[in-house]
Design a protein around this ligand. Structure first.
Ligand code: PCA
Length: 209
């Protein structure tokens, strides 16, 4: 049996829920094929503990693919991240009170890592399923980017593909949002497509600044 590890985050910044965990927990145990199943786990929203938790889960589960997800406040669609950068610059404190400013994620690590997921194919498939999606070129400079960078750093050259997806808020406030059922369906399609696609499609997904 192959495992696809899918993570979401605990709530942060006074939010009562984090849609990333609310969505991925609904996909826990889902079989993508007879011999492939999703295992969903929750990460703490803290610089000191989130990457270590994720690396421990990878050690324990030996997944064949890893996709981490988090809330991107202000995002209006399923944002499939292209790149993780070697920079922490926290605008707010994390859940343990830490607020690193202009520090490296990994001292002397490369400036950035690209995702190893077939992001264009994922965006296309999610859109075809009727759910808004796009390629994103920044995962921010907070805990999500740090986890994404550490994930790519740990799995570089391993052959295990990995990446990160930001999701919108759930409906209820004034910010852009996506209903939970739509989010779950979009993530299900994104993860399934990632598993099934070994060579990404070539189609426009960039931005003019
Ligand atoms: N979003 C934050 C951290 C946890 C989460 O869900 C971020 O984008 O960095």
């Amino acid at each position: 049996m192959h495992t696809v590890l899918l993570t979401g985050f605990e709530p942060f910044d006074q939010d009562p829920v984090n849609p990333s965990w609310e969505a991925v927990r609904q996909l826990d145990g889902l079989q993508l094929r007879d011999d492939v199943r999703i295992v969903a786990r929750r990460l703490p929203c803290a610089f000191a503990t989130a990457p270590e938790s994720l690396l421990q889960m990878i050690n324990e589960l030996r997944p064949a693919m890893v996709i981490a997800t988090g809330l991107g406040p202000g995002r209006s669609d399923i944002s499939i991240e292209r790149v993780a950068i070697n920079l922490n610059d926290a605008r707010i404190a994390d859940n343990l009170g830490a607020q690193p400013i202009d520090t490296a994620v990994v001292t002397d690590g490369p400036a950035a890592y690209f995702t190893t997921l077939p992001i264009k194919a994922m965006v296309r498939a999610v859109r075809e399923a009727g759910v808004a999606a796009s390629v994103s070129h920044t995962a921010g400079t907070f805990v999500c980017n740090q986890v994404f960078y550490r994930l790519q750093h740990a799995l570089a050259g391993s052959g295990v593909r990995s990446g990160f997806i930001h999701v919108p808020r759930l409906p209820g406030g004034s910010e852009p949002s996506m209903p939970l059922t739509t989010l779950v369906e979009g993530l299900r399609v994104a993860v399934t497509t990632a598993w099934q696609t070994s060579v990404d499609v070539v189609e426009a997904g960039g931005q003019v600044s």
